[in-house]
Design a protein around this ligand. Structure first.
Ligand code: NBP
Length: 477
């Protein structure tokens, strides 16, 4: 038998992806470095479809129809390179290697270049949705040649998640590293979304005085409106969960130190290189980092804060409505920043990424799936050259409506000493963009003073320098 697709690397992700292909009617060759995993897959799930178990790399490659489609689902980094090195010599021109791991896009660019020289298509495909997504339909962000997508696209469309309108959550994102770049920014936005939700929770708890169960109900209500999203939905689930051992809210027995695997950090590092202000995503990464500094936090427990005050019941209810506004407005800003980074990456690397299509494939399967992505897609479809999501009339109007409450929430947070770096960064970004004059003029003056870095004038073309140490006359630089 010849398999239409092969999956090597059968840990949680690869195994579920292989099952997904098989359940969709494809014959799937399966392979794993440790053979017992391959056997276990076929033993446990063999009845779900047609699997061809391969013990060796040679057997695996021989099982695939040509051109071969070989999905690699191993640990990102060196293991991925090791697997490519193992298989590439066994492949022929026209074959495809699909890396579905969380690779850094720069690695994907390198691997694509090296394999292209050997005539092999390398497809760096971001896959979101965790193990459930891999099995039931993930959001897939493949990069690579147009030719490879022609061959792979229909299969990926079949196994991918479907948005509410039935559209598959996969598109050819662009050449080489484009897919993994978009997956990286997806994860950065996920960090920001989670941080904003966390801030909303803490305000509702510490300022409004609600219990986790009450906050779960508030989130459930929010989830029926414009905030409708996977993350809001699971937040309600987590908040209403009670620890079986202690009878306490689950959220109160978990150590409050957030971990991270690195894709959020990459998003910020790359944004710094590209000169894109992703302040909300950066604050989310820093907030996780701060939470993890246990010793520093323990040493800071006696630092002075504002005197606590509580809201009355009616004040609390009104405050919760305001927090919804603040959360929504801040969320628009973090997506604005993320899409800016994708646009900048696309420009830098010549990827020609369709931002509307990206919004579209995030509507299902992935962690940041949300009702409002439909509207982001509509905004970019209507105007592909939209300078920023905030330039879209609908979003601008919604923020205009939300801004009084957004500011009020920020003021309240500051007054109560509740840290809201995400809300604050989003609001500062918004105000920074809309300010007619920024203190950057003063910054340029300072730079010219101490470093003769020159400045431009509002009323004349050219670069100028003031003789600060002399008679302070102005010269043309
Ligand atoms: P892991 O990231 O835990 O990787 C385990 C797999 O890598 C096993 O099949 C293992 O083989 C194989 N492997 C390693 Br480690 N080193 C190898 C080597 N030198 N040669 C050959 N195989 C090697 O698996 P995962 O959690 O299923 O994730 C797979 C990929 O998907 C990762 O890149 C991950 O970042 C990405 N991803 C994960 C999720 C998620 O929710 N877990 C979501 C989205 C993307 P062995 O069995 O012989 O040890």
């Amino acid at each position: 038998t010849s398999a239409q697709i092969g999956v090597t690397g059968l840990a949680v992700m690869g195994r579920n992806l292989a099952r997904n292909f098989a359940r969709n009617g494809y014959t799937v060759a399966v392979h794993n470095r440790t053979v017992s995993r391959t056997k276990a897959l076929v033993e446990e799930f063999g009845q779900e479809g047609d699997f061809v178990a391969a013990e060796t790399a040679e057997e695996f490659v021989a099982a695939l129809e040509r051109p071969r489609r070989l999905v690699v689902m191993v640990k990102a980094g060196e293991p991925t390179d090791a697997v490519i090195q193992e298989f590439a010599p066994l492949l022929e021109p026209g074959d495809m290697i699909i890396d579905g791991g969380n690779a850094h896009f720069a690695d994907t660019r390198r691997r694509e270049r090296e394999l292209r020289e050997r005539g092999i298509h390398f497809v760096g495909a971001g896959i979101s949705g965790g193990e459930e997504g891999a099995l039931h339909g993930p959001s897939i962000m493949p990069g690579g040649s147009v030719e490879s997508y022609e061959s792979l696209g229909p299969m990926l469309e079949k196994i991918s998640a479907k948005a509410a309108d039935g559209a598959p959550c996969v598109t050819h994102v662009g050449p080489d590293g484009a897919g993994h770049f978009v997956k990286m920014v997806h994860n950065g936005i996920e960090y920001a979304d989670m941080q904003l939700i966390g801030e909303a929770y803490q305000l509702l708890r510490d300022v409004a005085g609600y219990s986790p169960a009450q906050i779960a109900d508030i989130f459930r209500t929010w989830n029926t409106g414009r905030l409708d999203s996977y993350l809001i939905e699971i937040t309600a689930e987590v908040l209403s969960h009670v620890d079986a051992d202690t009878g306490k809210p689950f959220v109160d027995v978990v150590v409050d130190q957030a971990e991270q695997k690195g894709t959020g950090r990459w998003t910020v590092q790359i944004a710094l290189d590209l000169g894109v202000p992703v302040s909300g995503i950066a604050e989310a990464v820093f907030a996780r980092s701060l939470s993890g500094h246990a010793a520093l936090r323990a040493a800071s427990g006696d630092l002075a804060g504002p005197r606590p005050s509580a809201l009355s019941e009616s004040e609390a209810a009104a405050f919760a409505d305001r927090v919804e506004q603040a959360l929504y407005a801040s969320k628009i800003v973090s997506y604005t920043q993320g899409f800016h980074e994708i646009a900048a990456g696309s420009e830098e690397y010549g990827w020609d990424i369709d931002l509307g299509a990206v919004a579209s494939i995030w509507r299902g399967g992935c962690i940041i799936r949300a009702a409002f992505l439909d509207r982001i897609r509509a905004a970019y479809d209507a105007r592909p050259d939209l300078p920023s999501l905030l330039s879209d009339e609908t979003f601008a109007r919604e923020i205009a409506d939300a801004q009084d409450d957004w500011r009020e929430v920020q003021i309240t947070a500051v007054r109560h000493g509740v840290p809201t770096p995400g809300f604050a960064a989003a609001l500062a970004y918004y105000d920074g963009l809309r300010s007619p004059r920024l203190p950057a003029a003063l910054t340029q003056g300072q730079r010219d003073f101490f470093g003769a870095h020159t400045y431009r004038r509002v009323d004349r073309e050219g670069a100028f320098h003031t003789l600060w140490g002399g008679d302070r006359s102005e010269v043309t630089a």
